[in-house]
Design a protein around this ligand. Structure first.
Ligand SMILES: [Zn+2]
Ligand SMILES: [Zn+2]
Length: 177
């Protein structure tokens, strides 16, 4: 959804309240595609401070399904998003395409605010370092792929022998390279 900022810059100190929808259905990164399973309308408050300097604030809640790092089970992860952006439309419209400010504020094009792009950036910033379905997730068996939270398998269990587990970890690290 695109919000036009034209109306708000017509008068100094003018404030606009509105709810906007995020149209994104899935979140794509280099790491993969993650379905967005729940989203609330984005509550925007947009204020024209003066001379086309605009303060954009807002909040929303988005739930994205992300696989557990250990067992790959889908985990609904809740993003509580709150932002406040200080945008100078004069600067943005003058700057070159490669300019850092323009790149950072890629959600503004002329007087148009792209809700999806803004939220995409916010979600990316809040992306968790680690996702676990539960704190003591046992993961999956390296050999047969059995989810060890749901049952055991007949593969040789080396986890009780510390010497073996060191070797296994080395092997695991080697595989990840
Ligand atoms: Zn898990
Ligand atoms: Zn197994």
């Amino acid at each position: 959804m695109i919000i036009s900022l034209l109306k708000v810059v017509t008068a100094e100190d003018k404030t606009m309240h509105l709810n906007a929808e995020m149209e994104l259905e899935e979140f794509r990164t280099k790491a993969g595609r993650f379905p967005i399973i729940e989203k609330e309308p984005v509550e925007f408050v947009i204020r024209h401070v003066k001379n086309r300097q605009v303060l954009i604030s807002g909040k929303t809640k988005v739930v994205i399904s992300i696989p557990c790092d250990r067992c790959l089970k889908e985990v609904p992860y809740e993003f509580l998003i709150e932002f406040e952006k200080d945008v100078n439309l004069n600067e943005l419209n003058q700057s070159e395409a490669h300019d850092e400010t323009a790149e950072e504020k890629n959600y503004i094009d002329g007087y148009n605010l792209d809700v999806d792009k803004l939220l995409y950036n916010e979600i990316l910033i809040g992306w968790p370092m680690k996702i676990l379905c539960c704190e003591d997730c046992k993961g999956i068996c390296n050999v047969c792929g059995q989810n060890l939270n749901e049952g055991t398998c007949d593969c040789e269990d080396t986890s009780l022998d510390p010497r073996m587990s060191v070797i296994r970890d080395v092997f695991k690290n080697f595989k990840e390279v």
